[in-house]
Write a protein that binds this ligand. Structure first.
Ligand code: C5P
Length: 224
């Protein structure tokens, strides 16, 4: 404990967006920067954990002391996560695309006089829900995120139950909050006993505080 409260613990973190190809040269994406997930990976490593970061495409450098695996699609992210099991802690901070495109094998061409092509979307696997399912390899603590624009705590509480994870870090991503893509975050942490509001903090401070909560969970007397 003390300096390295998570020594000998294995942790998995997902971060960043996913890119879902439309054809060989185009993709669907989102504006996730990966900042919060990378900060959590770094803070877990600083607490002594053996950390695997499964990252979608970002402009961020690999965090020092973290095994970083770069993937493109949600399907590849799930496969990389399953390769990283077993682990004690999973934190799903990635902004995973809900759908992938039934992909065209060749570049889609404009054709004069033709209507624009329709994209056929197919559901992606839910990585958080998959990792949360009861299984011998289920991480002891699975943490998800909920990005909401209204009724944050209510929606996040429902999401915790729907996904089957242990904790949800809920934040307000309405444009006026300035959180998505910004340097700061203001969250509610939801567990089985209720919800705690944290003040607005730098994303690295949110990560450190979350990791302190994780360390307290693993080092409390009723957890071996
Ligand atoms: O369902 P929603 O996208 O709001 O849930 C957000 C949480 O679920 C985040 O923790 C995100 O990383 C995770 N998630 C996932 N795989 C998906 C969709 C969301 O791991 N396909």
């Amino acid at each position: 404990e003390g300096e390295q409260p998570l020594a000998d613990r294995r942790a998995l973190v997902t971060a960043g967006p996913t890119h879902e190809p439309i054809d060989p040269v185009r993709y669907l994406a989102n504006r996730s920067s990966g900042t919060q997930g990378y900060a959590i990976a770094r803070a877990l490593a600083a607490a002594g954990a053996d950390v695997t970061l499964v990252s979608g495409p970002t402009t961020l450098p690999d965090p020092p002391g973290v095994h970083t695996l770069r993937v493109e699609t949600a399907r590849a992210m799930l496969a990389a996560c399953q390769q990283a099991l077993p682990c004690d802690i999973a934190v799903c901070a990635a902004a995973v695309a809900d759908w992938h495109v039934a992909e065209a094998p060749q570049k889609i061409k404009k054709a004069a006089g033709q209507p624009p092509p329709a994209l056929h979307l197919v559901p992606n696997p839910d990585i958080l829900a998959t990792l949360s399912q009861p299984a011998p390899t289920r991480p002891r603590l699975v943490v998800g995120f909920a990005a909401e624009t209204e009724h944050v705590v209510e929606h996040a509480t429902a999401k915790r139950l729907r996904k089957g994870c242990d904790w949800i870090v809920a934040n307000d991503v309405s444009p006026e909050s300035g959180i998505m893509g910004g340097a700061e975050n203001e969250i509610d942490l939801i567990d089985a006993t209720g919800c705690t509001h944290w003040p607005r903090l730098d994303k690295m401070q949110v990560a450190q505080r979350l990791v302190a909560r994780i360390a307290a969970f693993f080092n409390s007397p009723h957890v071996d």
